[in-house]
Write a protein that binds this ligand. Sequence first.
Ligand SMILES: [Zn+2]
Length: 159
Amino acid sequence: MLTGKDIRAARKARGLNQTELGKLVGCGRHTVSYWENKTRLSRRCACADICEALGLAKRLLADWSWFRDHQQEAIDRRVEAELQRAREAEERRKATRRVPCGAKTRKGHPCRALSEPGKRRCRFHGGKSTGPRTEAGRKQIAEAQRRRWAAYRGQNNRD
Ligand SMILES: [Zn+2]
């Protein structure tokens, strides 16, 4: 990457002092000195003019695109990290969220208890359940669901 040291070296190689280079470019010797002491040059006019006068303009532009590309990568990485954090926070919220259970109770109204964290039902209505484990249990659940859907469809067809 082009630095102020490159400007100084190029100036000395041409046998110019800072004042002479400044006159050539149309700036003061302090401006020349300023850029010669920088570790990162910019495309701002005085610096670009100095580089132009010393034949360093191409390298300045090349450095600029290198710098810009790496800036972009850094921004992309930050955005990606931010998104990842948001996704993880949402996962955590989901895992601990408690909602009203709402299962139909024997009295016929919806259950008002809070669900188990991250589940939809309270501990009395299956919130602790991890599902049927045996083949017979799975068949029983499947059969119950079929009956439930059949009843649901029958109800809807009547309307
Ligand atoms: Zn419940």
